[in-house]
Design a protein around this ligand. Structure first.
Ligand code: HEM
Length: 891
């Protein structure tokens, strides 16, 4: 759907705001309604929305709102002027102003009010009828000569308010795609009503016959007998709207023919086609039609006019209209949505707060404690009151304005008791001391959140943890295209939306599983694999191509034919950012390298069997090439495949080593020595196949295996590519595999830079931040330069890939990709070494502040081996270049 991936925050209101939100939700946006505690909602425009209850009056609730808005694309503010400002959530906070930087400069801040925001009525309460009245449009409405009637609350609330607001949001999205900046959209229903009424207003100013005369005498306000409603014999009504002469002709001819033979209410006078614009005859014509319609029931007239050009149809009740239109096929979601007859009460009611937990969870502000804190007032204390709790048995501290009672916890504190009893800590503000020794996530753990007993009066927490989907504000922590104020020629608005959705998904679904599996050494949870499959992420990780055809990618955020290598780069980089490294390989890294030979070289029959179940995350595949005796030297492999006597099967014998995902794979893409040379064959797990876990220096979550094949029989139909043509199968695979590794390597180096910048800022040495030391800054400079150069080179190569055929890529990019891979992994090792120096002992400690550095440093050598050893690849790149040397080159 057009707006899939768009994140909208809608403050609860009635009519225009919810309608704008509904239009966005009907078109795929994720709309979250913010409800107030204990406030019932009578809104019925809730289709497809979620609700969270937040008390904006307590500091934690306000902070929660701020966080939610920070990660939103659109905010719908339905309040009177000044309400959001009073909450401290005005547009300047997010979009910035002369003094503030702005927390979310891409935000579209849509505000709907009744009376114009700056006019004399701005502070008055009002409703649709009042806005319609002030717009000048109510005075033009049909009615009696004494007073106009009004069209329910449709024109001001929904057309001039809600729909105009949605239109403004869409226009702002278009502009944001061009400029990268959000903006404030101001809608007032008086001006909106005038805008949607442009046609009648202009006609009226021009004094045309359409609407120029007094009410009830014009073409469109019931004055013309051929543009009005008539009552029928059974009390039903018919609408007549035959303005043009040819339509009137058709209408009057059918009408006259359908009347009883003796019908003659006006002493024999009978209208014909020429009567239409004889205005002095209009009273007679009106009477004639009125009497005529009364001769038959509504459905008679409906049948008579059905299928004609008389512009005459029955007036249906809402229920009849629902039935009548529900058969219309849904060409587009927004066309079908209004036709629904609302059979399900969930479409018209949204219980306030029914998604509170879900939303908090998905925002990683999810513990029950946070919910409580957001909806309940924490007890306020002064700093003087806290200072009195400074003895071992009554010990409180302040961290980021929150008051912790650590009297019982102190004995269990992993950092010991004495540090907590220090005069500078006990009863004092320990924020700085705490953050120089702990990661924020310590405070997010439920066992420590329970220690919070209050908050410092009048102060607001300033530090927050990881927020799902958020971009880091730390310099160099994001590539330039994701850094505010920078530009890139490579990424479109679709790539940006895609990145946002992917990051949110990985932050919410993958990050915690990665930490847990790294701790217990088990392979990634099947629930994560299934959630990825539901978004077709396993298919997208295979890159652009035919395998995406017919699939709905990321809930329709990107069309299969639109998906390019930059989308794939985004997935790989976001993946590298939010998962630990062994886990990243465990999460079907084997498929990324093992499935392409099947996709590109397998028979149709084999593909039909294997590809769907692998891309659905139901079966697993790995690439089994390297052996104890041969690695980069694939021609030296010793695993053999010989044909059975009847020539129908391969019989495979040998062993494979360091095979990622091998322990749990169902299929193995195996490199074998055959009579004709090197052949790649797909082997299904079965008799004769054995896999054993290898304990490597990185992680058991990757399922790295030692595999033995003993007389394993495989149909010859499982041959991938030509017999003896294995090297071509592998060569075409290598490019993509190595490029994927470069994407991941570039991104994980940034995460290390982010860790180092944070640490060197908060860690104090000789009373100053660690980065005040020139040697530390030199290391940071080297890390930043490496990460930037890899990303720039990578994006250039990715751009080439987007513009080359697979064959051209194999010819022109094998060398550059090999060089980039070799360069990236060598930079990664330099960065790991530098980071350990920056973190000192913590850089080799598996818990606490340096745990990610320890992990990176321990696992980085793997990068330089996987997909071809560093030196071998560098040499390959040079040899490729030499092959292209002009024959007549001279110095
Ligand atoms: C609510 C308050 C606190 C909690 C829940 C807490 C929790 C922890 C935890 C879980 C660790 C283990 C390392 C880690 O995972 O980061 C730790 C270590 C430590 N904590 Fe605390 N702590 C608190 C307050 C403090 C304060 C106020 C100090 C004062 C200086 C302190 C000093 C230390 C030290 C020195 C270590 C050892 C750090 C290292 O070896 O790198 N802690 N604490």
């Amino acid at each position: 759907m057009a707006l899939a991936g768009l994140n909208v925050i809608e403050f609860a209101g009635l009519a225009p705001g919810p309608f704008a939100g509904l239009i966005l939700a009907d078109n795929g946006a994720s709309v979250t309604r913010i409800d107030r505690p204990f406030a019932a909602s009578s809104d019925v425009l809730c289709r497809g929305k979620r609700s969270i209850v937040v008390d904006s009056k307590v500091p934690t609730g306000r902070k929660l709102l701020e966080d939610l808005i920070c990660s939103a694309d659109v905010l719908i503010d339905p309040f009177r002027p000044g309400v959001m400002e009073k909450l401290g959530l005005g547009p300047e906070l997010f979009l910035g102003d002369a003094v503030r930087k702005g927390l979310n400069k891409r935000l579209i801040y849509a505000r709907v009010v009744g009376f114009p925001r700056t006019g004399p009525h701005k502070d008055m309460a009002g409703h649709d009828i009042n806005y319609l009245a002030l717009s000048g449009v109510l005075a033009m409405m049909p009615g009696t000569s004494e007073k106009p009637t009004f069209p329910l609350n449709i024109v001001a609330d929904f057309a001039g308010g809600g729909a105009m607001c949605a239109l403004g949001i869409l226009l702002a999205l278009v502009e944001r795609a061009r400029t990268g900046h959000g903006q404030v959209i101001n809608v007032d229903m008086v001006s909106g009503t005038r805008y949607v009424s442009s046609f009648p207003l202009i006609q009226s100013y021009l004094g045309t016959g359409m609407l120029g005369g007094p009410r009830g005498t014009n073409l469109l306000d019931g004055g013309a007998p051929f543009y009005t409603v008539y009552t029928c014999k059974d009390g039903g009504w018919m609408s007549v709207g035959c303005l043009e002469p040819q339509f009137f002709k058709s209408f009057i001819n059918i009408f006259n023919k359908s009347l009883p033979e003796d019908f003659s209410p006006l002493h024999g006078w009978k209208p014909d086609a020429s009567s239409q614009f004889q205005t002095d005859e209009w009273p007679r014509l009106a009477e004639y039609l009125k009497q005529g319609f009364l001769t038959q029931p509504r459905d008679f007239w409906a049948d008579v006019y059905h299928g004609t050009d008389a512009c005459t149809v029955p007036v249906l009740t809402p229920a009849e209209a629902g039935k009548q239109t529900s058969h219309i096929p849904a060409r587009h979601p927004q066309v079908s949505a209004p036709n629904q007859t609302y059979p399900d009460s969930k479409d018209v009611a949204l219980e306030p707060g029914m998604h509170t937990e879900e939303i908090l969870f998905s925002s990683l502000i999810s513990s029950l404690t946070s919910i409580k804190m957001a909806s309940q007032q924490l007890k306020p204390f002064t700093r003087e009151e806290v200072a009195k709790h400074n003895t071992p048995d009554d010990l409180w501290i302040i961290i980021d304005t929150k008051v912790y009672n650590i009297s019982r916890f102190k004995a269990m504190h992993p950092g010991g008791l004495s540090v907590l009893l220090d005069d500078q800590i006990a009863g004092q503000d320990a924020t700085e001391a705490f953050f120089s020794l702990h990661r924020y996530e310590v405070l997010e753990k439920p066992q420590y959140q329970r220690l919070v007993v209050g908050i410092i009066e009048g102060e607001k927490p300033a530090i927050h943890g990881r927020i799902a989907g958020e971009l880091s504000k730390v310099p160099y922590a994001e590539p330039t295209w994701l850094t505010a104020g920078y530009h890139s020629p490579y990424y479109t608005e679709n790539h940006r939306q895609f990145q946002k959705a992917i990051r949110k998904f990985f932050d919410e679904v993958v990050y915690y599983d990665s930490i847990d599996r790294e701790a217990d050494g088990k392979r990634p949870s099947q629930s994560v694999i299934d959630q990825m499959a539901a978004l077709n992420m396993h298919a997208m990780r295979m890159g652009p191509g035919k395998h995406l055809q017919g699939r709905i990618l990321m809930n329709g955020l990107v069309a299969p034919e639109q998906f390019d290598y930059f989308h794939e780069l985004i997935i790989t980089q976001e993946f590298a950012r939010s998962s630990l490294r062994g886990y990243g390989d465990g999460l079907l890294g084997g498929k990324v390298i093992g499935l392409p030979p099947v996709l590109n070289f397998g028979s149709e029959e084999l593909k039909a069997k294997v590809v769907p179940e692998v891309l659905a995350g139901k079966k697993f595949i790995c690439l089994a090439i390297s052996e104890a005796q041969a690695g980069s030297d694939v021609m030296g492999l010793q695993t053999t495949a010989v044909k059975s006597e009847d020539g129908k099967e391969w019989i495979i014998n040998g062993s494979k080593k360091w095979i990622t995902n091998g322990t749990f794979a169902d299929y193995f893409t195996v490199g074998c020595k055959t009579e004709d040379g090197f052949t790649v064959i797909l082997v299904e797990r079965g008799p004769g196949v054995e896999t054993k876990q290898i304990k490597t220096s990185y992680s058991t979550t990757a399922g790295t295996a030692y595999i033995t094949f003993d007389d394993v029989r495989v149909p010859v139909g499982n041959t991938l590519g030509e017999e003896g043509g294995g090297i071509f199968v592998m060569l075409s695979n290598f490019n993509h595999e190595r490029w994927v590794m470069c994407c991941a390597s570039a991104r994980s180096q940034r995460s290390i830079i982010e860790e180092c910048l944070k640490w060197t800022t908060q860690r104090k040495v000789f009373g100053k931040p660690l980065h005040s030391q020139a040697v530390i800054r030199a290391k940071l400079a080297a890390m930043m330069s490496r990460a930037e150069s890899i990303q720039s080179w990578l994006e250039n190569i990715t751009y080439q890939m987007c513009n080359m055929s697979y064959k051209q890529q194999a010819g022109k990019l094998a060398g550059p990709i090999a060089l980039l891979k070799s360069y990236s992994t060598s930079c990664g090792q330099d960065t790991a070494r530098d980071a350990v120096q920056v973190f000192g002992g913590r850089g080799i400690t598996q818990s606490g502040m340096g745990k990610f550095i320890e992990h990176y440093h321990r696992t980085i050598p793997f990068d330089s081996l996987l997909g071809g050893a560093e030196d071998v690849l560098a040499d390959l790149g040079v040899r490729q270049a030499l092959r292209g040397m002009p024959k007549d080159a001279r110095l």
